[in-house]
Design a protein around this ligand. Structure first.
Ligand SMILES: [Zn+2]
Length: 442
């Protein structure tokens, strides 16, 4: 099927970003076949279906390189006991109970709801990190089912750790990596690891072996809090990145999440091994763990992407949070204007390319047809030179009207087409109190 998405302002992004007023993107199957002037492309593709994008801006779909779908049902829950006063207590009192309380249908719904939110926010590719020790086996299949139903792309993994049982999750992760194999462009797999302070050398060695044999990367939280660094120094006599690298868990396909408490020598290792880092500013602020030294990482040419860490599925909000945080943290109103959008628009596409082998983040002939189409009437000139100003101060608050992934229209006129939003939310409201009750008894 051929479709013209026409009459909107098309922003191609990519190496030679072009802004085309009265533009058109023509898709055929899963690919883009033409980008250009709407009138010309209407002549060239007269029989194509038409989606009118008047009053809208057409962008490549957004990418989230670190998410936790499983955190959904914690929303609005009163956390039992005293309020957590630090990061480790947040894990012990909240997240390590949430994951244990999840059963099969909870896992499915916990994925379906953020996937709906992805569609609502134009997020068309997600790298997720899942944990559900109460129902481990087959949990990734449930999430895969939800991602395929939503129609977006997902790279999935299970968060291995020794905190409940030695090597918990290794088998589920290995099974899913085997199942996915080289992937089909929609689903990919990684080896998920919780963090250095919850994984023994024995488990880490096993996981790295499986990942290397399959040619996939490790996806691990790194020095999110000072506690992770101190644990590694105490137990292994070296900081976290040195330990992970020594054990073979670094490299081009690997993702080191957060990297808030790392030193210069660790940054050098990350740069030398071409490991990617994912920055999650909202989550770091929420957990009060500190500020990632973003500019020191970028100076070393480290590939830094942007994730939400389960906080939301809204990548534009995350981008602006990074912009604001690093201006404040550096006491410098000259910084982050270029860098924050780059993490989202370019670097996340680079990270996904390493995993899926496809180039996203650009509207061009031959590229995958993944698009976010937002309501936006620019109040000033909008062109290639000032697009970032519109992105940070205008588009961040614009509503996504239409979401397209792999050439399929998944949301149109703000109506989700691929999933039954009302039924899913209602069922989640039914199951959440039961899950909260199980959690309170842990
Ligand atoms: Zn995380």
């Amino acid at each position: 099927m051929t479709t013209r998405f026409e009459n909107g302002i098309v922003v191609t992004l990519g190496k030679n970003n072009r802004v085309l007023w009265n533009g058109s993107v023509v898709t055929e199957g899963e690919k883009i076949v033409a980008v250009g002037n709407a009138a010309e492309l209407k002549q060239r593709f007269p029989n194509a279906d038409s989606v009118d994008c008047t009053g809208k801006i057409v962008l490549p779909g957004f990418i989230c390189t670190h998410h936790h779908f499983y955190s959904t049902m914690a929303r609005g829950m009163a956390i039992p006991g005293e309020p957590a006063s630090n990061f480790v207590e947040i894990l012990e009192r909240l997240w390590w109970k949430v994951d244990r309380a999840l059963l099969d249908e909870d896992i499915l719904l916990s994925a379906q709801i953020p996937l709906i939110e992805c569609l609502r926010n134009g997020t068309t590719t997600v790298i997720d990190h899942h944990a559900s020790p109460g129902m481990r086996d087959g949990s990734l299949d449930l999430i895969e089912k939800a991602v395929r139903e939503a129609g977006i792309r997902g790279s999935l993994c299970y968060e291995v750790s020794d905190r409940n049982v030695l090597g918990g999750g290794v088998e589920e992760n290995a099974r899913f990596i085997r199942k996915v194999g080289k992937g089909d462009g929609q689903i990919a797999a990684m080896m998920g690891l919780h963090a250095s302070f919850t994984i023994s050398d024995e488990t880490l060695e096993k996981c790295v072996g499986i990942a290397k044999d399959a040619g996939v990367g490790c996806h691990v939280h790194v020095a999110e809090d000072l506690a992770d660094r101190e644990d590694s120094l105490k137990k292994y006599g070296m900081p976290v990145v040195h330990r992970l690298d020594k054990m073979g868990a670094s490299g081009e396909k690997c993702l080191f999440i957060h990297c808030v408490h790392i030193d210069e020598s660790e940054m050098d290792i990350i740069a030398a091994t071409k490991t990617a880092v994912v920055h999650n500013p909202e989550s770091n602020m929420n957990n009060a763990v500190g500020v990632t030294r973003l500019f020191d990482l970028l100076k070393r040419n480290i590939l830094v992407g942007l994730g939400t860490d389960g906080m939301s599925s809204d990548m534009l909000a995350q981008m602006r949070c990074a912009y604001l945080l690093h201006r404040l943290a550096n006491h410098d109103p000259r910084v982050a204007f270029m860098e924050a959008p780059k993490l989202l628009l370019e670097n996340n596409a680079d990270i996904v390319e390493r995993q899926f082998g496809i180039r996203l983040g650009e509207l061009a002939k031959g590229r995958p047809a993944d698009m976010a189409i937002l309501d936006y009437q620019p109040p000033t000139v909008l062109d290639e030179n000032n697009f970032l100003g519109h992105l940070i101060f205008g588009l961040v608050d614009a509503t996504v009207d239409t979401t397209v992934c792999r050439g399929q229209i998944l949301m149109q006129g703000k109506k989700i087409l691929s999933m039954d939003e009302e039924r899913i939310a209602a069922r989640s409201r039914e199951l959440a109190p039961k899950m909260w009750k199980r959690l309170a008894e842990l």
